[in-house]
Design a protein around this ligand. Sequence first.
Ligand SMILES: *[C@@H]1O[C@H](CO)[C@@H](O)[C@H](O)[C@H]1NC(C)=O
Ligand SMILES: *[C@@H]1O[C@H](CO)[C@@H](O)[C@H](O)[C@H]1NC(C)=O
Ligand SMILES: *[C@@H]1O[C@H](CO)[C@@H](O)[C@H](O)[C@H]1NC(C)=O
Ligand SMILES: *[C@@H]1O[C@H](CO)[C@@H](O)[C@H](O)[C@H]1NC(C)=O
Length: 195
Amino acid sequence: MAFSKLSLLFAFVLVHAFLLHSSPVYCNEEEDDLLEELNSFRGSLNLTAFTENEKADCIADEISDELEDELCSRAAEYQIKPGNGPQFPSFTKSLTKCDIDNSTTTDGIILPVCVHNLDSDLVRKNYTETKFAQFLNDSKYTGAGLGSKDDWMIVVLTTDAHSGSFTGAAASLVATGMVHYMVALLLGLFLVFSL
Ligand SMILES: *[C@@H]1O[C@H](CO)[C@@H](O)[C@H](O)[C@H]1NC(C)=O
Ligand SMILES: *[C@@H]1O[C@H](CO)[C@@H](O)[C@H](O)[C@H]1NC(C)=O
Ligand SMILES: *[C@@H]1O[C@H](CO)[C@@H](O)[C@H](O)[C@H]1NC(C)=O
Ligand SMILES: *[C@@H]1O[C@H](CO)[C@@H](O)[C@H](O)[C@H]1NC(C)=O
């Protein structure tokens, strides 16, 4: 019995370690470089650097996936005003996928840029030297998430205030935890019975 409990515990730890390590970690050079450049722009304006917001990263990825096949000439159609994220066709679906509470997106802003091959100079200038610069030059925005696909770069800016924090619904977090636990439990039982 003690042995079964031990293997159950072991399975639990193992599955958790596995689930934690398998959470997607996106490393994208273009996005990392751009974030650095946006932050040095912030520095030049005496504003704090953006901290990375994982949920904003997630929705930026979703939106760039969605825009992948659109022509750059359509970029203007996707230029958005604060809080009107739903202009993106499947914004609601993406919110669900990223586990973001809709009410925490209204004060954030989504800035899409389309540049052939994401030429890094042009991308940077499209953020720091166009009307988008006013959003970067605003202390209200404190976090950022980036996503890119083909010619599209999406920057999502988030706020410290709840209404722009891009956070999830607490219930879903519990649900996610429950799933981890159930998987661990099932695997644990499986191991116990297979001994
Ligand atoms: C930033 O702060 C420095 C030191 O306080 C000051 O000299 C500089 O003028 C400021 N720059 C801007 C853009 O506010
Ligand atoms: C999200 O909030 C916006 C603005 O309040 C609203 O227009 C939209 O219908 C909401 N979407 C969902 C899925 O609740
Ligand atoms: C923004 O990108 C477009 C498309 O690549 C380019 O033609 C334009 O010059 C860029 N704007 C700036 C200010 O860099
Ligand atoms: C940034 O905002 C400040 C204050 O609103 C303004 O004085 C300054 O000209 C802006 N700088 C840029 C580069 O937009």
